[in-house]
Ligand binder design. Structure first.
Ligand SMILES: [Zn+2]
Length: 323
């Protein structure tokens, strides 16, 4: 199938907001910080629960959850800038991964502290034991860095923890957290972006400040007619849409079809339409621009093949194109 791009530019075309919308991006980022804390806490709770830890699962779950929450944040903040949304997604996903592993580091510090305390129980009278316990209780991070991380990795803190072979337990075996940090981090960034971006791609009504809902299918024709359907929609030509509907009536859709989708603003009722080609097993492929359409055009797209626009009593006659 040829890549169909029509040779003219429609003035009625939907255009996403220009500019980076820094205020909306900052608002979305702020509410995204709460989502970051939530997904990090969920994974730490999982590690504390004793349930088996599988590398990659946390990244997938965190990415989908963070993406879903960011989608809501973008919707509330009315953020339509794709560039700003991408930056917010990547920064918050990196933040969620670092926060998760920082919390696992803290958890490991206290796990080591209680482990050493258990070993020393009943031996408080031995030389040095009391001092060790005091040191352990008052400065557990320093203790962990000095006696575990630095001898093993040469580094303290979060970096030493990520490099330590004893940092976390996966499948009952001590494991270096760096692998989980990299794998989960990549999944987290990718899935957060893929899940959240659909919101900023959704049309937004600049007339009344509402997001459009999911589109409704108005016309379905065999895929081979996609160019004619796209041309009728982009030109806003109700007669062409009705003629095509009549011509293809009863034709088998076969493996693929072209669909004219109508997007209606829930606030003011303005409608836009576009055409996608749907072939089973493949993602929907847009073959037209998203353009503003008249009520007459929506009626024509929705018309049954045997009924013309003129025959439907309440439908106004098609208006000239440049009204
Ligand atoms: Zn509107």
């Amino acid at each position: 199938m040829p890549d169909q791009t029509l040779p003219y530019v429609s003035e009625r075309e939907y255009r996403p907001a220009a500019g980076l919308q820094p205020k909306a991006a900052a608002t979305a980022f702020g509410s995204g910080l709460l989502a970051v804390a939530a997904v990090a806490a969920a994974v730490v709770a999982w590690h504390l629960s004793g349930l088996p830890v599988i590398i990659g699962v946390a990244g997938v779950a965190q990415g989908l959850a963070l993406g879903w929450m960011l989608r809501a944040a973008f919707r509330r903040a009315k953020l339509r800038s794709r560039a700003s949304a991408t930056v917010v997604c990547v920064l918050l996903a990196i933040g969620a991964n670092v926060l998760t592993h920082a919390a696992l580091y803290v958890r490991q510090v206290y796990a080591v502290r209680s482990g050493v305390r258990g070993d020393l129980a009943g031996r408080e009278d031995e030389s040095g034991a009391a001092a060790l316990i005091l040191n352990l209780s008052e400065r557990p991070f320093e203790f962990y860095d000095t006696f575990v991380l630095r001898p093993e990795t040469g580094r303290g803190g979060l970096v030493g923890f990520l490099l330590s072979k004893q940092g976390m337990t996966v499948g009952g075996k001590p494991t270096r957290p760096l692998g989980a940090f990299v794998v989960n981090g990549a999944l987290l960034i990718g899935l957060t972006y893929l899940t959240a971006r659909s919101q900023v791609r959704r049309p937004f009504c600049d007339d009344c400040g509402n997001w459009f809902g999911p589109p409704a299918n108005a016309t379905v024709v065999p895929a081979e007619h996609h160019a004619r359907l796209a041309a009728a929609v982009e030109a806003g030509d109700p007669a062409a849409a009705v003629a095509l509907n009549r011509e293809v009536a009863g034709q088998d859709l076969g493996a693929g079809c072209a669909v004219a989708q109508v997007h209606r603003c829930p606030g003011c009722g303005h409608t836009f339409a576009d055409v996608v080609v749907i072939i089973s097993g493949n993602p929907d492929r847009p073959v037209s621009r998203l353009v503003r359409v008249s009520t007459a055009m929506v009626q024509a797209l929705k018309s049954e093949p045997v009924v013309t626009v003129a025959e439907q009593g309440e439908t106004p006659p098609p208006r000239p194109l440049n009204d």
